[in-house]
Design a protein around this ligand. Sequence first.
Ligand SMILES: [Zn+2]
Length: 134
Amino acid sequence: MIRVKPGVRFTTVAPAGFLILTALKAASRKLGKDLTITSGTDGLHSGPLDPHHLGEAFDIRSHDFPEALRPVVLKAIMEELDPARFYGFLEAPGQANEHFHLQRRKGTMFSVEDFLRDEPVSRGTILESSVATS
Ligand SMILES: [Zn+2]
């Protein structure tokens, strides 16, 4: 399931933000692990136009997972998102404030219609690709 760190705010959530939240839920199910959101629209980030403040970016705690598992967690999340329009990475790796950051790609648009049309299944999953190769 998805947990939310106390103090995290979701003052606004854009369609891209809803898709990221959907991806987090799917990834949590796939992994069989809880994911904790550590930042939404709260925090300073990089100014008023930062995607966090637009409801198009979320941070996820990485320290809940052993280092070797962190890339797997990121992959599980990103598989649910169109790589042309979303990206995610491990921010500040090895540091105290290390976390996964997920956001809509700069220079892209993502409307409610895009959200409704999105079908992550069509992009394949870990499960499907392992079935296909076995
Ligand atoms: Zn972030």
